[in-house]
Design a protein around this ligand. Structure first.
Ligand code: F6R
Length: 613
């Protein structure tokens, strides 16, 4: 959601800004723009559509920057995606420019005041208000102070980057509720929404905290609070390199990330699991956190989208193996309920990005009510882990495609580790059984590798069903969430298709009425306690002439006669089956979307990280 890059350094500034912005394309956007400071003052260029449109316009009519500039890819919130509404936005005199990610909630009231003070607005955006507000304060104050004073008037969320004609050596930034990092290179510095933007130039980054302001020049960084009090923070070194954030020969990031799952899950497990000794080792903070859980502890899992589906799988395993009562809530609903939380409640926030606005709000609500918060997160240093009492990182590496794949299977892996570790602590599993389960857990990367071998079969099936416009996905127990996830994958990357996931047992309560000849229904029918019940559901669909695409366990011969198309995955314990079932579901969505000519990595209207409500 909105990509921001700011740069102070050396020429070619425009090229640097465009290269870095291009690495944030995955965030989803509908227009892009750039502003630089040069001998003419501030020069600006914006285009609706992809960054390549902006690049083409600059090729046609070059734009030069000396050492300072900002760029932005906008995902429209206030005002349509037009050139006027695209960022950067200017003050009245075109002497300062800024880019913004977030929402200024009190923009209408600020705008009314600024109009009264004689400011002239060009766009319908909330962002433009900030430019005029800084201009107003800068009439009386030095720029850095004017920036901070303006920030204090804003309600809502922001990551901001500001440049000014009068200060051509400094780049200003601030964050509150939207991500912003500082990248420190040799004789150059960056501000960006996310690490991949700067990785080609530096791995030294500073993660800004809430309500922090930063002033960057080629000679240093000045970090302060909103009141101007200095803050000292050492840069961290990003552990992954640029190759992790590049396609490396794959046609799409989504395919690359699907294929990366064996190593992503390996990374999630590697320092934590010792199957031979029957041990799971979390870091010290997480161990302390887990040791504080009471015997009456209940869990509330909050998350959105795919992470919510991981949470639903978590509910089955935590209740069954660790005997903890679990509720799973969509974060966007949780934050507006009156949840009954207390000191015996642990809220588990699952999130790839660590920045999802609803999940973050849920975390804050939980803390206010005295609950403990454990985050399961992929992005180091992001907001949710910083606000949680403890965090288990998934270590899946950067996930660039909008559709979440390897983050999901890594989230499931963390939930397996957590469940089995609690089951052990509570004495609910014998050492022999624990060792057996941990051995299978340790073999998951290999099993996922084998599951990936279904790709040629999936391609054939995708060709057969690519023209269908409605799909159902059905599963039960551990694979009910798999059905939801399979349908979400398909509908998000192939917007021409309507796909719904249901608990198979719910079919008779309504959805079955829609089934007609040729309607594809993807069934999760791997080996499980409810296998026979799923087979009955398959028969109900066949009786109505629906087409059954069945995902079953290897070696299940009996299922063949029920299947119009059959995909098998390695046979495993029911508990682990969702992680293997995820592979054909992801591949099926990918290949159907591909055959439909969809924009797979950046589906229309979707953003990778939903930092606004
Ligand atoms: C689906 C997808 C989204 C995210 C959701 C939560 O493929 O990517 O549904 O899962 O927006 O995002 P995070 O996990 O970053 O909180």
């Amino acid at each position: 959601m909105c990509g921001i890059v700011g740069y102070v350094g050396k020429p070619p500034v425009v090229q640097t800004l465009l290269d870095c912005l291009g690495r944030l394309e995955y965030r989803g956007y509908d227009s892009a723009g750039i502003a630089v400071v040069n001998d003419k003052g501030i020069e600006i260029r914006k285009r609706v559509g992809k960054i390549k449109e902006l690049v083409a316009s600059i090729k046609q009519k070059p734009l030069d920057g000396e050492r300072l500039g900002i760029s932005h890819s906008r995902w429209a919130t206030h005002g349509e995606p037009t050139e006027v509404n695209a960022h950067p936005h200017l003050d009245c005199r075109g002497e300062l420019a800024l880019v913004h990610n977030g929402i200024v909630e009190n923009y209408a009231e600020l705008k009314a005041r600024l109009l009264g003070q004689g400011h002239r607005f060009r766009s319908q955006t909330d962002t433009e208000v900030i430019a005029h507000l800084v201009e107003e304060h800068a009439k009386r104050l030095p720029l850095a102070e004017a920036f901070r004073s303006a920030l204090k008037e804003l309600r809502g969320s922001y990551a901001l980057c500001l440049i000014a004609k009068r200060d051509p050596t400094h780049l200003y930034g601030a964050r509150a509720g939207s991500p912003l990092i500082v990248g420190l290179g040799k004789g150059e510095a960056f501000l960006a929404s996310d690490v991949p933007a700067v990785l080609a130039r530096t791995r030294r980054v500073i993660y800004l905290n809430e309500q922090e302001v930063v002033e960057l020049s080629t000679s240093g960084v000045k970090l302060t609070t909103l009141n101007g009090a200095p803050i000292t923070r050492k840069p961290s070194t990003v552990s992954w390199d640029l190759s992790a954030a590049q396609k490396e020969g794959y046609d799409h990031f989504m395919l690359k990330e699907i294929v990366e799952q064996p190593s992503a899950v390996e990374q999630t497990l590697c320092t934590r699991l010792d199957a031979a000794k029957g041990q799971i080792a979390f870091d010290r903070r997480t161990r302390t956190f887990l040791s504080r859980l009471t015997s009456q502890e209940k869990f509330v899992i909050i998350a959105c989208g795919t992470a919510y589906h991981a949470g639903l799988v978590g509910e089955y395993m935590l209740e069954e193996l660790a005997h903890v009562p679990v509720d799973v809530d969509l974060a966007s609903e949780f934050r507006y309920r009156a949840p009954m939380l207390d000191r015996d409640t642990t809220v588990i926030a699952i999130t790839q990005s660590g920045e999802t606005a609803d999940t973050l709000a849920g975390v804050r609500l939980a803390k206010e009510q005295g609950a403990k918060v454990l985050a399961i997160c992929n992005v180091m240093g992001s907001s949710i882990p910083r606000e949680a009492d403890a965090v288990i990182y998934t270590h899946a590496g950067p996930e660039i495609a909008v559709a979440s794949t390897k983050a999901y299977t890594s989230q499931l892996t963390v939930l397996y580790l957590l469940t089995l570790s609690l089951a052990k602590r509570r004495g609910l599993v014998t050492s022999a059984r624990l060792r057996e389960l941990l051995t299978t857990l340790g073999r998951l990367p290999k099993l996922i590798e084998r599951a990936l071998e279904v790709e040629p079969a999936i391609k054939r099936i995708a060709r057969r069903y690519a023209r269908a416009r409605d799909f159902y996905y059905l599963g039960r127990r551990y694979n009910f969430p798999s059905a939801l996830e399979g349908a979400l994958k398909l509908k998000e990357i192939c917007p021409r298709i309507h796909a719904e996931g249901y608990a198979a047992g719910e079919m008779k309560h309504g959805p079955i009425s829609l089934i007609r000849k040729g309607w594809p229904v993807v069934f999760l029918a791997t080996d499980s306690a409810v296998y026979e019940k799923v087979v009955s559901n398959i028969e109900e669909v066949r009786a109505r002439k629906g087409e059954c695409l069945i995902i079953a366990s290897e070696g299940d011969r009996a299922i063949r006669r029920h299947a119009d198309a059959l995909i098998t995955v390695p046979k495993t314990e029911e508990l682990f089956s969702p992680i293997l079932a995820a592979i054909p579901l992801q591949l099926l969505a990918y290949h159907i979307a591909r055959l439909n000519g969809c924009d797979i990595d950046q589906p229309p209207n979707l953003a990778k990280s939903v930092t606004v409500e």
